[in-house]
Design a protein around this ligand. Structure first.
Ligand SMILES: *[C@@H]1O[C@H](CO)[C@@H](O)[C@H](O)[C@H]1NC(C)=O
Ligand SMILES: *[C@@H]1O[C@H](CO)[C@@H](O)[C@H](O)[C@H]1NC(C)=O
Ligand SMILES: *[C@@H]1O[C@H](CO)[C@@H](O)[C@H](O)[C@H]1NC(C)=O
Length: 316
């Protein structure tokens, strides 16, 4: 009896090992069949500051901008002559800028975000990796995302990375990545042919899709409250009759714009034509990054209340 029991276990174990071997062989076959990306050589400490070289992916889907031409034919009542009135009606593209970096949960968080973004119409995603080269993971991920996207990368310079023995928040994250995305917008959008708004959507936040429609008609800078930020359950602007009348935050309320990165979006014309030099300041303290950027983009008077006079919270 006992002998038969042992044989059963041995047979069972054998089957398991067999399955494991077959799986491994199959994996290797699949890996061989798929194209290999170049190996990354992370000489982290040699690089000081890189120019904004590595920019657009050659197959960027957004080369010709969104543009819908309407031709309206009007019949002149007296002469019977037909006159063509050309109208140019532009739809507004929402550009979301997402800095990302390699970590355990990266693909999970990008997946979660991308599935939200798939519900947004007339949308363009600018994903910027903090890396010397575009990684195979993000490259494949974007190619399969079904979204309009541009894939960029720039490695944060050594002096801007947090020291190993210092807490994470001592240096602002995503500065160079957002700046290279703004540069891409300036280089690639023809403002005479494209309406757009820019939103800085980090990959570890959650967004209600209604937020993207709230931001679409922003003329200058649109703002709204955000959950779990500003050392509070929510923080952001206080609004009345479509205007911002104050701010609610527990964290440094003296700032001109005590706003979270997720609490505002900007009309691209502001960044390209009106304020062509505005950028995220690498020397800004992490808690002052949004403020120092917005101070270059406009004044408090330029703020437009969204989310039903800032009474709704659509993201964190
Ligand atoms: C992709 O971009 C084009 C051009 O900007 C735009 O017309 C189209 O609506 C976008 N598609 C989606 C699904 O957002
Ligand atoms: C947009 O139009 C303005 C005024 O007509 C012109 O000065 C400018 O060069 C145009 N910009 C581009 C990028 O075509
Ligand atoms: C904001 O408040 C004003 C006045 O109370 C109101 O007329 C307007 O419809 C509100 N806007 C939104 C989007 O709820």
């Amino acid at each position: 009896m006992m002998f038969r029991g042992i044989i059963k276990y041995v047979a069972f174990f054998g089957v398991l090992v067999g399955i494991a071997i077959i799986t491994r062989v199959l994996e290797q076959v699949v890996e061989k069949a798929s194209p290999k990306a170049p190996k990354t050589n992370e000489n982290d400490d040699q690089l000081v500051r890189r120019d904004l070289t590595n920019t657009d992916s050659p197959s960027s889907p957004l080369k010709n901008t969104a543009q819908a031409k309407l031709e309206i034919t009007v019949e002149q009542p007296k002469t019977g002559e037909k006159k063509i009135v050309k109208k140019l009606s532009l739809k507004t593209i929402v550009y979301a800028v997402t800095p990302t970096y390699a970590r355990f949960l990266q693909k999970a968080e990008l997946t979660r975000l991308s599935q939200t973004l798939k519900h947004v119409k007339d949308f363009h995603w600018i994903v910027v990796e903090d890396s010397y080269q575009k990684t195979p993971l993000v490259t494949r991920f974007l190619a399969n995302s079904g979204l309009n996207y541009t894939h960029l990368n720039i490695r944060t310079p050594v002096e801007l990375r947090p020291l190993k023995n210092k807490p994470r928040w001592t240096k602002a994250r995503g500065v160079e990545q957002r700046n290279i995305a703004i540069k891409w917008l300036r280089d690639n959008i023809n403002i005479n042919k494209t309406n757009g708004v820019v939103y800085f959507a980090d990959d570890d936040n959650t967004y209600d899709i209604r937020l993207f429609e709230e931001m679409r008609d922003i003329k200058k800078i649109g703002v709204w409250p955000v959950a779990f930020t500003g050392a509070a359950r929510y923080a952001g602007p206080l609004c009345k009759d479509g205007r911002v009348v104050g701010f609610y935050t527990n964290w440094r309320p003296s700032r001109t714009f005590p706003l979270d990165m997720a609490a505002f979006a900007i009309n691209v014309k502001r960044l390209i034509v009106d304020k062509p030099k505005a950028h995220f300041d690498a020397d800004a303290k992490p808690g002052d990054l949004e403020n120092s950027f917005l101070e270059q983009v406009g004044t408090r008077e330029d703020l437009e209340a969204r989310a039903s006079n800032c009474s709704k919270v659509y993201n964190n």
